[in-house]
Write a protein that binds this ligand. Sequence first.
Ligand SMILES: CC(C)(COP(=O)(O)OP(=O)(O)OC[C@H]1O[C@@H](n2cnc3c(N)ncnc32)[C@H](O)[C@@H]1OP(=O)(O)O)[C@@H](O)C(=O)NCCC(=O)NCCS
Length: 334
Amino acid sequence: MALLDEIKAKAAALKKTIVLCEGEDRRVVEAAAAITKAGIAKIVLVGNREEAEKVAPGVDLTGVTLIDPLTSDKTAEYAKILYEARKAKGMTEEQAAEQAKDRTMFGALMLKAGDVDGYVSGACHSTANTLRPGLQVVKTAPGIKTVSSCFIMIAPNGGNKYNPDGVAVFADCAINIEPDAQQLADIAISSAKSAKTLAGIEPRVAMLSFSTKGSGNDDKFFKSVPKMQEATRLAKEMAPGLALDGEFQFDAAVAPEVGELKAPGSEVAGHANVFVFPNINAGNIGYKIAQRFGGYMAIGPVCQGFAKPLNDLSRGCTVEDIVATVAVTALQAE
Ligand SMILES: CC(C)(COP(=O)(O)OP(=O)(O)OC[C@H]1O[C@@H](n2cnc3c(N)ncnc32)[C@H](O)[C@@H]1OP(=O)(O)O)[C@@H](O)C(=O)NCCC(=O)NCCS
């Protein structure tokens, strides 16, 4: 797929250093070798050579830096960073010293310390266990309070009249279950950034609903329409120069004739390429419909809103998925 190749080529030019936290997983060890060989990023693999050779015999790890929290002289320094970040939450120095030895926490602390540019984990850990160290120590980017995720959606045949770019951004389909208005605004701002950095498109953000500009209401149920309207107001306040509008039904967001009819004068209606869904149900179902019925390729979920780039792999990931995620993470570190 062309966009993915572009992402890898851009990543290679940046020469960022990415930590892979799971040296105990064969796919991760193989990906570390493949990424290094292809020059996509410099890799720090959390683990040790003996274990890597056991899980992935014969893999050439020339150029990969291996670091084991159980023997590294960095672990004590990272434990101090962890203690400082978490003491207000009741963590003791002893607990910090113990937790810094955990491989995912160690990777997050490397990122926090500035010893790597990005973090990728989750091949053999749950989403919560993969993201928690990042949420606890790396925290969110300035002006953003919510870590979220997006999918870069790539059209099968270069796009159509509703998606002339052939690429779109869908969010949040994987992290925030029932975001409030402020969280939706954060998701919108972060998704616009992802659209520029990763998809290479100028964002036009639609805040999605079953209602367009007050055409519907669900006052007796979830009050999701006023929530999306409030989210739109907050996001416009946060980024006045951004092309963003709502609330829109999906057709009003992408079909110029419907957009003109239902939201005349909107610079986004009918031309959106970044889509913020009202909750994880809508987002997750939506991206899978585009994937299965529409033949779109979905890259992600890509995490956004962290102060520094962290990404979560699926436990069913392949070596190629890990390579792609590392390339995406390197671009986010630009
Ligand atoms: C993101 C997620 C993994 C966090 O889970 P968690 O570790 O149980 O989160 P907690 O509520 O314990 O919070 C841990 C810390 O992270 C913070 N945090 C949690 N979610 C956050 C978010 N989205 N943005 C910013 N900070 C967040 C909390 O405020 C808390 O901070 P503190 O300890 O400094 O007070 C959780 O929202 C989740 O499981 N989402 C759904 C994931 C999923 O199943 N996806 C399906 C895959 S397709």
